[in-house]
Design a protein around this ligand. Structure first.
Ligand SMILES: C[S@@+](CC[C@H](N)C(=O)[O-])C[C@H]1O[C@@H](n2cnc3c(N)ncnc32)[C@H](O)[C@@H]1O
Length: 213
């Protein structure tokens, strides 16, 4: 009798103790899981921040197609050229250079949406395989290979870009900018075109010429 009671007590005690341990284990695991979730959330956020680029320096505004044609003519784009558009938007300048003149091209834009559009447009134009698409900051882009660089940015961004153009581009490379000049880099040629909101200018410089320093 005593032994039976003792056995029952032990079983109860074991179960009770087991229940407590289980509860503690569950609580502990819960805390660990919550901790991991929190850490995972932070890690996820940090990862997302690292993956996402910074905001564009200039908002998107496409160059009118007629003006694109004039920019390409001013640059005298030809077969064998490698045309970079630094901040390419929907890719229209590079796509036209490849399609109309047989050049190769590189579309650079920090905005993933613009790069997606560029790819879709290049595919529709049948020139996808002659264009590289770089979703990245133009200031962190290797541009040595370019023979023509197209710009439609802002005045201060042009000025900030000048040393990079001067250091990385080879002599003879043409730089074209729609609307904005390059401070005291005297353009080799300027033409006036009809922009969306009236008359605008397109500027041409050639790397290695005395005006470009
Ligand atoms: C005024 S739009 C010109 C678009 C195109 N070049 C055209 O003429 O139709 C400027 C483009 O530059 C891109 N952009 C701005 N800052 C940039 C940066 N730091 N790196 C790469 N792209 C940038 C914007 O996302 C936008 O698509």
């Amino acid at each position: 009798m005593y032994m039976r009671r003792f056995g029952l007590k032990m079983r109860f005690a074991n179960r009770f103790a087991g229940g407590r341990i289980r509860r503690r284990l569950v609580l502990l695991l819960g805390a660990v899981a919550l901790g991991m979730l929190a850490a995972g959330g932070d890690a996820g956020r940090a990862f997302a921040q690292a993956a996402a680029s910074r905001a564009p320096d200039v908002p998107y505004e496409p160059t009118p197609h007629k003006v694109v044609a004039q920019m390409l003519r001013l640059a005298q784009v030809r077969e064998g050229d490698v045309v970079y558009d630094l901040g390419c938007g929907d890719g229209r300048i590079v796509i036209a250079a490849v399609k109309e003149y047989g050049a190769r091209g590189v579309c650079v834009d920090i905005d993933p949406q613009r790069i997606r559009e560029s790819r879709v447009n290049a595919t529709a134009a049948g020139v996808m395989e002659r264009i590289r698409f770089l979703e990245q900051d133009l200031f962190a882009t290797e541009i040595r290979e370019a023979t023509v660089v197209m710009l439609f940015l802002w005045p201060e961004v042009n000025l900030k870009l000048r040393p990079k153009l001067w250091q990385e581009l080879r002599p003879g490379t043409r730089v074209i900018s729609y609307i904005h000049d390059m401070g005291d880099w005297t353009p080799q040629q300027t033409i006036t075109v009809q922009g969306r909101a009236g008359e605008r200018r397109i500027y041409l410089w050639t790397i290695g010429s005395p005006q470009v320093r």
